[in-house]
Design a protein around this ligand. Structure first.
Ligand code: GLN
Length: 486
């Protein structure tokens, strides 16, 4: 059972060849065995999961499946930045190590309404800042394909949990690549939806104009099921989009004959290792065989994405994280001398090094003397990047690119050098700046480590990239591979 897709497990439940309780037992046993090695979960809620599973089994016994929630009784895990009523939401930080939210994030609520049962909360870089899950207060998560390597980040726990077969699906958040990059490094499928498609209510904020929740799964088809559960307008999130939600499974079987795939020349240049290029080329050839047409395009401002993002994201984070003051919730230092001491020691002791670095950069670029030179400039560049995509999508239907410049790197390899770490995001950041959807799926291996292909779509065109990914996966089996020696 561990490496079955959500769709397979859904069928098994519907055919009554397995019960939800049995599924939970298997998943929780596997988590118990493998989590000490992988550190994918921060907390596990077995008792609540069993209760929900028994309820699901009862419901299934009473009704036929057309009347039941579509994903009834199936397991999921949530990234530990989605607030969960009564269960700790740490965001990977000492600051929130004692924080128990009094409500569920909309994503959590919607998943539960679709019938999914949460087994626990997954590890992540502190406040979602990082590309390796090494910045967690709870220690690094390990890559299931080779435990000396990082799983990517910041949603590394969620990606590793699916890759290791602990759960069939999980949630993540993507501010600059944190769904697509760990999906690529762990050999699974992950989707960053269009900005506004999924509610951010109850998702701990990092950079509010970039943050977007989304799903991880073993296949594009499973992602479509999760999008059906998660997407939609939420009056509690003022940036959530009030437009109808399509059935994301409806277009999966469409032919991709005649679809035009843009290949940005700025993404396929000397900085991409030949071994990566070869695998990406093969994946593109497969898509071509399925009828897609490859077209060279240009996204001329691509090389400015890192500098623009690493001004805007810290600026927004410095503002969002000002709420952690040691007064209202979260960590509070011992015996504060006065109010200033309370603020500075609570924050000094509660936040880790990367979070402090971002807050410092953010307050600097927003300060009166530097606002125009850095923040305003970065916003102008953001516009140019968005315009590049607008131009490109006049000529093509989907844009393809590598998800990452290299496969997973070793734990510790980049930890001491933040700029090298930031460069891991070179192929993912632009999409967040433009607010567009993007998916990463596995398309090969280099020395036993997975490689991801990224498919980017125009605004709200998730269905189109899911269609293309599904057609690719129907004709290949990279997404069905799993680690052998766990
Ligand atoms: N790696 C990027 C960062 O550290 C993106 C993180 C994310 O998407 N949450 O900011």
């Amino acid at each position: 059972m561990p490496y079955k897709t959500l769709t397979d497990l859904k069928n098994a439940l519907e055919q009554k060849s397995i019960s939800s309780r049995e599924l939970m037992t298997q998943a929780l046993t596997r988590i118990e065995t493998l989590n000490p090695k992988l550190n994918a979960f921060i907390s596990v809620n077995a008792e609540m999961a069993f209760k929900a599973a028994d309820k699901a089994d009862q419901l299934r016994a009473q009704k036929n499946h057309a009347e039941l929630p579509p994903l009834l009784g199936l397991p999921i895990a949530h990234k530990d930045l989605f607030c969960t009523d009564g269960i700790k939401t740490s965001c990977g930080s000492k600051m929130l190590d004692n924080f128990i939210a009094p409500y569920d994030a909309t994503v959590v609520r919607k998943c539960a309404e679709a019938g999914l049962i949460s087994l626990g909360k997954t590890n992540m870089d502190e406040f979602a800042m990082g590309s390796s899950t090494e910045n967690s207060y709870y220690g690094p998560t390990r890559n299931p394909w080779n435990t000396d390597y990082v799983p990517g980040g910041s949603s590394g726990g969620s990606a590793a949990a699916v890759a290791a077969g602990l759960v069939p699906v999980s949630t993540g958040s993507d501010t600059g690549g944190s769904i697509r990059q760990p999906a690529a490094l762990c050999g699974i499928t992950g989707l960053k939806p269009s900005y506004g498609r999924i509610s951010r209510y109850g998702m701990v904020a990092f950079a509010s104009s970039l943050d977007q929740g989304g799903p991880f799964a073993r296949s594009a088809e499973d992602i479509a099921w999760l999008m059906n559960a998660m997407a939609g307008f939420d009056p509690r999130d003022s940036t959530s989009l009030d437009v109808p939600v399509p059935d994301y499974t409806a277009d999966l079987e469409k032919s991709i004959q005649g679809l035009r795939i843009g290949l940005p020349k700025e993404y396929f240049n000397h900085s991409l290792a030949p071994s990566m290029q070869k695998i990406i080329d093969e994946a593109l050839k497969t898509l071509e065989k399925l009828g897609a047409q490859l077209v060279e395009i240009s996204l001329p401002h691509s090389d400015l994405a890192i500098s623009s993002y690493y001004v805007i994201a810290p600026a927004e984070c410095s503002s969002n994280l000002s709420r952690y003051d040691g007064v209202r919730f979260g960590y509070r230092c011992e015996n504060p001398q006065d109010l200033n001491d309370l603020y500075s020691r609570s924050r000094g002791e509660g936040f880790g090094a990367e979070v402090k670095r971002r807050i410092l950069i953010g307050t600097y670029v927003l300060s009166a003397g530097y606002y125009d030179a850095y923040y305003l400039q970065a916003q102008k560049v953001r516009h140019l990047i968005k315009d590049d995509f607008d131009q490109a999508f006049r000529k093509v239907d989907v844009i393809a690119a590598p998800s990452t410049p290299t496969p997973a790197f070793k734990i510790g390899e980049k930890a001491a050098d933040p700029v090298t770490m930031y460069q891991c995001d070179i192929y993912t950041l632009a999409l967040n700046l433009a607010g567009l959807p993007g998916l990463s799926m596995p398309v090969g291996f280099i020395e036993g480590l997975p490689v991801g292909l990224q498919l980017m779509g125009n605004y709200l065109e998730e269905s189109r990239i899911l269609n293309m990914a599904h057609q690719y996966q129907k004709n290949t089996d990279w997404h069905l591979q799993h680690p052998k020696d766990l």
